[in-house]
Design a protein around this ligand. Structure first.
Ligand code: KIV
Length: 290
C-alpha cells in the first residue's frame, strides 16, 4: 500500500483516499494504555501543512499542530506571539492532509489561562475552524479545573507538563526540569491532577529521566515523552528538528535526516542553471503544436 498521496488542488483533499485507513479516535489512543502498560508506544510528530501531514500520516498515531510553528514556520523568538488564527489555519491544513492520525492542536498562549469559559471559547473555535479532534494545553494543577471543564463539554484535552515553553518568561529558559526534589514532586502532582481531570494523554517535556518514568507509572493515561524517557507511553518530536532543518537542536532530538543540506544544494544548482540559461530546457518549455 502506498503511504503517500497526491494533493487534489481542486478539492484540497489527498487523493486517492487510502481505503484501508480509518482515522484513529481519542478513546482508541487513551485505551492503548491498559493497567499501566502500553504494549505499543504511541507515535506523534508535529505537522503544520497539508503536504507534511500527507507524508507523516500513515506512520503516526497522532499529528500535533504544535505552537512550535511560531519558531519553525514564522521565525518568531518563542511561542508567546502565536495566535488562535495561526493555529486554526495550520490545523485545518493538517486535517485536510491526513486520514489516519488523530490531529491535536495546541492552544496558544493567552487563549485559555484566564478562565475555563475563555478556554472553552478558544478550544471550540479551534476545533470548529480546523476539524481537529483535540486540543493540547500547557500546565498541570493550575489547569486541572479547565481540563475537566473542557472535557465535560465535549473537547478532548492532552496535557503538557515539565518544560512548558509558553512559561519561558517564568522559567527563565528552556533547561530540563525536575532536578530538585521540590520540582520533581511538583511535576508528579501536575501529572496526577491532569490525569484525574480526564486528560487523554500527557506530554512530558524536558524532565530528568527518573521523573518521567515515575510520572508514567503514576498516571492511568498515556504519557508522551520529548526529552524525557523511552519508558514513556509514546514519543513526540518536532518534525523539522528530526529532519535536520535547523543547525542547532536540543540534545534530546535525534536527527533522522539532514534535509537542510539537500535544500541548499538544490537551490544552488537552480541558481547556477538560471544564471547560465541552462534552465528551463526543452523539457520544461511549451512549443507550438505542428
Ligand atoms: O509545540 C510543540 O511542538 C509541542 C511539542 C514540542 C510537544 O508542544
Amino acid at each position: 500500500m502506498s503511504t503517500t498521496f497526491q494533493l487534489d488542488t481542486s478539492t484540497s483533499r489527498a487523493h486517492p483516499t487510502p481505503q484501508p485507513m480509518r482515522r484513529l479516535t481519542v478513546p482508541k489512543i487513551r485505551s492503548r494504555k491498559v493497567d499501566g502498560v502500553t504494549a505499543e508506544p504511541l507515535v506523534m510528530l508535529t505537522a503544520y501543512t497539508a503536504r507534511q501531514a500527507q507524508l507523516l500520516d500513515a506512520h503516526c498515531d497522532l499529528l500535533l499542530v504544535g505552537d512550535s510553528l511560531g519558531q519553525v514556520i514564522y521565525g518568531l523568538p518563542s511561542t508567546i506571539p502565536v495566535t488562535l488564527d495561526m493555529m486554526a489555519n495550520h490545523a485545518a491544513a493538517v486535517v485536510r492532509g491526513s486520514y489516519h492520525a488523530v490531529v491535536v492542536v495546541d492552544m496558544p498562549f493567552g487563549s485559555y489561562e484566564a478562565s475555563p469559559q475563555h478556554a472553552f471559547e478558544s478550544a471550540a473555535y479551534l476545533l470548529k475552524q480546523s476539524g481537529a479532534a483535540a486540543v493540547k494545553l500547557e500546565g498541570g494543577e493550575a489547569m486541572a479545573e479547565t481540563v475537566e471543564f473542557l472535557i465535560q463539554r465535549g473537547i478532548p484535552v492532552m496535557g503538557h507538563i515539565g518544560l512548558t515553553p509558553q512559561a519561558v518568561n517564568v522559567l527563565g529558559g528552556y533547561a530540563a526540569r525536575g532536578r530538585s526534589d521540590a520540582e520533581a514532586a511538583k511535576i508528579t502532582r501536575d501529572a496526577k491532577a491532569l490525569d484525574e481531570a480526564g486528560a487523554f494523554a500527557i506530554v512530558v517535556e524536558g524532565v530528568v529521566e527518573p521523573i518521567a518514568i515515575d510520572v508514567t507509572r503514576s498516571v492511568a493515561c498515556p504519557t508522551i515523552g520529548i526529552g524525557a524517557s523511552a519508558q514513556c507511553d509514546g514519543q513526540v518530536l518536532v518534525t523539522e528538528d528530526m529532519l535536520g532543518m535547523f543547525e542547532r537542536v536540543p540534545r534530546f532530538v535525534k536527527r533522522y535526516e539532514e534535509i537542510a543540506g539537500f535544500i541548499e544544494k538544490a537551490a544552488a544548482t537552480y541558481a547556477k542553471e538560471v544564471r547560465s540559461r541552462q534552465f528551463p530546457s526543452e523539457d520544461q518549455t511549451y512549443q507550438p503544436k505542428d
